[in-house]
Design a protein around this ligand. Structure first.
Ligand code: HEM
Length: 219
């Protein structure tokens, strides 16, 4: 069964709608925080919600490719928006940690980054995510060519680091951490078996390292 295709004239509007929809959880979290509705430890809850949304958007970004490969549904036009939303949620999570949690005490923050493993891993993921966000535009795709694809494959280790960061941030790993880590592990596993799957689907030999088909349109 095929989903009806969205007419091309609505593509741009649907992408903007996704940005607006994607920022709603942040707006809602800010609203709850500002109106004192985050009960218990508001700063921690605030940090927690933004961190979880960052992971969700990372997962949605990684899902676009298998959805196209397995079901033939092409939502590649939404991948950039989902990746950028993941970046903005990580940035907000980081700012909540720096400003609300640590009150900009740079010595404490530096000590955390260098001494607490889960924060070191989260920070590394954030730092690597920055060039991906900066090159998520048509000009960079044109300029970097196949290098752009190699750079953007870093989204897989970033998601793995995000999941590891989540697991290590808690004293006891529970079902929530396992679900996120499990989904990300499956998506990384999919990336590894994808060349074989695609080769079988097309009835050809696997074409490892063939990048051209993956470069998004720069026009
Ligand atoms: C890809 C990057 C990142 C992702 C996906 C991510 C996601 C998450 C998630 C889902 C949690 C669990 C929230 C909880 O249960 O409390 C968390 C916790 C935490 N994250 Fe991140 N994070 C990232 C980067 C960072 C960075 C850059 C920092 C700061 C340098 C940071 C600081 C923290 C802290 C301090 C906690 C624990 C909060 C607590 O004590 O409950 N994270 N993160």
């Amino acid at each position: 069964m095929r989903l009806p295709a969205l007419p091309k004239r609505y593509h741009a509007a649907s992408i903007w709608a996704l940005y607006a929809l994607g920022l709603l959880p942040a707006a809602w979290t800010f609203y709850l925080g500002a109106t004192g509705q985050l009960v218990g430890n508001p700063v921690k809850i605030f940090e927690h919600l933004l961190g979880e949304w960052a992971l969700r958007f990372l997962i949605l970004t990684l899902l676009i490719s298998p959805i196209r490969d397995i079901f033939g549904i092409n939502w590649v036009r939404y991948r950039r928006a989902l990746g950028l939303l993941a970046f903005w949620y990580v940035a907000m999570h980081f700012l909540a940690y720096m400003i609300l949690d640590k009150r900009l005490a740079l010595d404490v923050i530096a000590e955390d980054i260098f001494k607490r493993w889960f924060i070191t891993i989260g920070m590394a993921a954030f730092v690597v995510l920055i060039p991906l966000a900066l090159t998520s535009n048509r000009w960079s795709i044109r300029k970097l060519g196949a290098g752009w694809v190699r750079l953007h494959r870093l989204i897989y280790p970033i998601a793995a680091a995000g999941a590891l960061h989540y697991c290590l941030s808690v004293k006891v790993i529970g079902p929530e951490q396992l679900i996120y880590a499990g989904i990300i592990a499956v998506l990384i596993g999919w990336r590894l078996v994808r060349p074989r799957f695609m080769a079988r689907k097309r009835g050809r030999r696997p074409q490892y390292g063939k990048l051209a088909t993956e470069i998004p349109r720069a026009d």
